[in-house]
Design a protein around this ligand. Sequence first.
Ligand code: SF4
Length: 500
Amino acid sequence: MTWKRPLLIYPYSPTKKSEQLYGGLAIINPIGLEVVATAIRPLVEDLMLVDMRRETRPLADLIREFRPDLIGVSLNWGRDEYTDALIHGLPKDVTLVIGGLYATRESDDVLGEFPEMDILAIGYGEDAMRELIQRGTPEGVAGLWYRRQAGACPPEARPDKTGRGTRLPRFGGELVRNPRRSTLDVSHFRLDRSVRRYDYPWLTLKGDNIITSVGCPMVCAFCKWRENIFGEVQPWIARDPEDVVAELQETDATIVHIVDANFAHDLRRVERICDLLIERDVRHLYACEIRVNALWKDPRLVRKMEQAGFFMFMVGVESYQPRLLKAMRKGYTVKMCREAFRNLSHTHILTLGNFLIGNPGETEAEMLGVADFAADIGLDFITPNMIYAYANTDIEQWVLAQPGYRVEGRRRYVVSDQFGVEDLRRLQARIMLNFFRRHPPWIPYRKALAHPMVEKLGRERIRRAMLRSLWNHVADANFRRRALKKLAKRFRGSSKAAMG
Ligand code: SF4
């Protein structure tokens, strides 16, 4: 006897700001939960995956109609009032499993807040959940902690229901900690998209997201992105190009975001993926994060990526100061960066450059110089972010060793006696303004429409989508409210500075 009707829930509110990528231009599908759904779908009678950000019907109605015998909730990005109310409101006679990144790293918090939880999935959940369903019990399943209580058994196997065996308490059973499951098989990241109930937009077009590799072999001093679910450095492991392209052939999205930390670490793999995409005439626009090193080496490959459909690169440029690049351990020089963008200038691939400002020793003129550097190398968009220093990282040590510098607030921004958070925010706004003066948005607009894959997919359709996204963005009341608030702050700040 085992569970037959799992319901998986992504429990974040549609208004949660961190769930809206690029100011709401994109929403990422809950990939981790979809990986779990893909793993257990062949073992169960039916399965439902609900994403609260996209769902329009009340959850209670869905539960009543679907009649799940197990509910799995993915807590990745912390708890808030919305998630807590949702979890506490779930039916108490259905097995409740909670997993995800937050549940793994903050297990004590989750155990304390949800006494009604029967099973806690620690680490990557797909193998543990598959084994749970196969066995019909969490006993001995690596990666699962469970409470010895009725809900940790499938409904028909509950001793207190059948009258057989020892009665188990409904809540408050003893916690059993099975050993951790550390294995990670990247081939599991190929999703079965039939488990999906929603469309996920990119701009206003149909979007999709895929994982082709995990981890990163680079050693950028500020980075936590290369960590695995346990908070440990994850070695780079990649899926086979054939498998990646087969998955890409399965999606009907127009824009596909490759969410890897370092998609292009192995350039031979990238080339093979491009060759297969071109050979099979797979038509999508791809967006991914990419490093300068990958773009610098081989101009021919950059052009091939354009031909294969790569449409937008998010590049962690971070700085144009050699000493800062060195301190951040970016692994490339300013010269390499200029060459990488020279290679890109022969293509129609849009580029978004991320910069970090407020670094120790960085002057106001140097920070403002980001705009000119970015315009000179031909970036289309920029985000000048305030540098942050996570606890126990090399960058934190470096920052704290500089006189007058400290780390502030929940976001752990680096501030100094000279530049506080508000000063840096004002500088961010000036950098953006100066950049757009030199590189106005109609330049990337025209460039995008001249991309060979846009031509294949229908230029007019993409043009309308881009304009509609822009309009939706500007017309969005939340966006306008935030923009006005920011402007007011800047204005107050500038007046104070002028009076001072
Ligand atoms: S390349 Fe990206 S993911 Fe890798 S260490 Fe640097 S910032 Fe992190």
